[in-house]
Design a binder for this molecule. Structure first.
Ligand code: PLP
Length: 468
């Protein structure tokens, strides 16, 4: 049997022989039923001790690759042939991805600049809390979250977002996404009707429609949900809105529409879900207070730390009217028991000691510069051919290119030219209204990347936009 054993290496001889035999069996180079050389013969052939061969054979017998037959020797067992995929293919896959990542400018929305994550402060707080907390912190916790974090959060929300709540009304979740999935379970069943902004994130549509409920789209204009289109002959189970910063169109719901929406929900005896995912980054004036603050018994507030701090932390929360708290805790418990306690405590200290507000202040200045750069570049390259909206808040703007249809095949062609873009149409419920609009995310891109990306986009779009 041809086996090469390397003597000048620190991989043990037994391990080498075991691996080589195992591989030959899996690949079918040693066929089932085939007799292996005796331990004495193989040890002579390979110039290794007989004990090494015995040990390798024993391990392969224990794992089912080999069988011994009394007096006849050692044989390859049945059913151990399993060709493994070539290693090179996996390596190529990762290499290509790396190349793609570095060459393409990705205008994906809603990604903060992760290079500014406050690593030092976070790690110091984490270390202190980890070393000084009582042992219970490492045990199973409460489904609603750590009481200290909920205390701090309720104060923070009151101060910065005008949210009125007792800490007991907060349930900590794994990001806003989990909060929305929990609300889908809480409020919707098969056959229900839910009113929702159109367009709205595709993922959010999927979360709610997967309950079997029907989504009734309410079109959005430059001021958000068009409340005069709320249907009078329907009995909705709930209403979903992003009033501070509509996703994707970027509008802010004015007070008149807020009041109209609340009156409608009261008349229909249904609840409103307010998704407040990134309103802290408002570049002109101060953030608009929450809808929840106007009617805390009618509005369920959903918040997240994904945009203001890091999406990878997976920290979000729900603020619920009291009648939903127990049911929501049960849903959370049977989803994943609770959100990790250690991170909740770190974040509680991060907020309490003023680091979060300082971080937001700093990031707002950086994002404002990037937004201004993006607006300047769009103006420079597409002057008179692009209309930008939704740029007052958040980490993306909407660019409307007259006469351009961002069809899936055109989006692919643009990607091949080195720019990833995201049409609003992907998030439409009633299709055909938003083909000419792009969502352009800028939070994670440096000014030079923004310039490079817009210039690349101009190269691909110039034949289209010159027709205007
Ligand atoms: C409108 C909207 N709501 C909620 C979320 C989810 O955020 P999280 O990361 O907290 O799950 C997103 C994510 O981008 C979003 O765009």
């Amino acid at each position: 049997m041809w086996i090469h054993i390397e003597k000048n290496t620190n991989i043990p001889l037994m391990k080498q022989l075991y691996s080589k035999l195992r591989e030959k069996i899996l690949k079918g180079e040693l066929l089932e039923g085939e007799r292996l050389p005796s331990t004495r013969l193989l040890s002579n052939q390979l110039h290794i001790s007989r004990n090494v061969v015995l040990e390798a054979y024993d391990q392969l017998i224990a794992e089912g690759f080999l069988v011994t037959k009394q007096g006849a020797g050692t044989f390859v067992a049945e059913g151990a042939y399993f060709p493994v995929e070539k290693k090179e293919e996996t390596e190529n896959f990762f290499t290509e991805e790396k190349v793609e990542k570095s060459a393409t400018i990705d205008f994906r929305s809603g990604i903060p600049d992760l290079s500014f994550f406050p690593r030092n402060t976070w790690s110091k707080l984490l270390q202190t809390i980890c070393l000084t907390s009582e042992d219970y912190i490492f045990n199973y916790g409460n489904p609603e979250g750590h009481p200290v974090f909920r205390q701090v959060l309720s104060r923070y929300l009151k101060k910065t977002r005008g949210v009125c709540c007792h800490p007991n009304q907060i349930v900590v979740t794994s990001g806003a996404t989990q909060a929305l999935s929990m609300l889908a379970k809480l409020l919707l069943t098969q056959g229900d009707k839910m009113l929702i902004e159109d367009p709205i994130t595709k993922d959010i549509q999927t979360i709610f429609s997967s309950t079997g409920a029907t989504l009734y789209p309410i079109p959005v204009d430059k001021e958000g949900m068009q409340t005069h289109l709320l249907p009078h002959n329907e009995k909705p189970a709930c209403i979903f809105v992003t009033p501070s910063h509509q996703f994707p169109l970027g509008s802010t719901l004015p007070i008149q529409r807020r009041i109209e929406l609340l009156a409608y929900a009261k008349m229909k005896a249904c609840y409103i879900i307010e998704d407040d995912y990134d309103s802290e980054f408002r570049y002109e004036g101060t953030p608009v207070p929450s809808l929840q603050g106007l009617d805390p018994n009618r509005v369920i507030y959903v918040g997240s730390f994904s945009k203001i701090l890091s999406p990878g932390l997976r920290l979000g929360y729900l603020v619920l009217p009291p009648q939903f708290i127990e049911q929501c805790k049960t849903i959370k418990w049977f989803t994943d028991l609770h959100t990790p306690c250690l991170e909740q405590l770190v974040l509680a200290h991060f907020i309490e000691e003023g680091y979060l507000e300082r971080h937001i202040y700093k990031m707002k200045k950086i994002y404002k510069k990037r937004r201004d750069c993006l607006l300047d570049e769009l103006e420079k390259h597409f002057s008179g051919k692009v209309t930008v909206s939704g740029s007052l808040t958040g980490l993306h703007v909407i660019a409307y290119f007259n006469n351009v249809n961002f069809s899936p095949s055109f989006v692919k062609a643009i990607h091949s030219a080195g720019v990833r873009i995201y049409p609003v149409e992907t998030h439409s419920i009633n299709k055909g209204q938003h083909h000419q609009k792009l969502i352009i995310g800028f939070g994670h891109l440096t000014e030079s990347k923004i310039k490079e990306g817009v210039s690349k986009l101009h190269k691909v779009l110039s034949p289209e936009v010159s027709d205007i």
